[in-house]
Design a protein around this ligand. Sequence first.
Ligand code: HEC
Length: 219
Amino acid sequence: MKKFAFAFLALFLPFTAQAAGGEHNPYIVDAPISLTDKAQLQRGAQLFVNYCFGCHSLKYVRYERMANDLDIPVELLAGNLMINTDKVGSPMLNGLDPAQAKKWFGAPPPDLSLEAKLRGADWVYSYLISFYEDPSRPWGVNNHVFPNVGMPHVMADMQRTLPEEEFKAKMADITAFLEYTAEPIQVTRMVVGGFVIGFLLVLLIFAWLMKREFWKDVH
Ligand code: HEC
């Protein structure tokens, strides 16, 4: 049995070692986001549509579902957030041709529905605040978190004109929104999980009382 346990541990050791010892990029910082902050998510959705949606689609997100989840009135959708469609049940696609985009940027802009799951919210936030000027690159910018990235710094004007804290707050809003799109059910899942654990704990008390009752005469 002991041997088996060691073999089992050995199987997982390489993963834990990698997770603990991997090179840490000092530019990766915690993303100040909260999925229960609807206002933050709404601001993030608006910013995403204005600054990112032209290049990045959200193919696993439907407008109507997003509006319902984020408490955005459906009437507001059509005038403000929807492009390329008038159907609230459509997925959030843009008209970008991936082949053309690859020519322009060197790599097509990936769909970002699941980006926060793929990279983690901290990575996404850090990436958005880590563009810097680099005349040797095609767009004159580079990124500390994603070296030699093909994406232009589309928020350059915003970063230049806003106080740093405000700019970072906006990037956090977008990150929160992408964390939402990566798992829309996340908040519900955690609430339900809490109830389930609570229920099991209460059940445990009764199960224990019953066990005591059943076994009290057995010696
Ligand atoms: C002008 C087009 C364009 C716009 C607008 C744009 N991006 Fe990008 N983005 C790209 C391209 C192209 C890449 C792929 C770069 C590469 O792989 O080198 C990319 C990559 C990314 C990545 C990394 C994807 C990965 O590989 O994991 C993230 C995250 C991202 N963009 C977020 C955003 C956000 C958030 C916005 C809005 C604030 C935005 N982008 C606006 C073109 C754009």
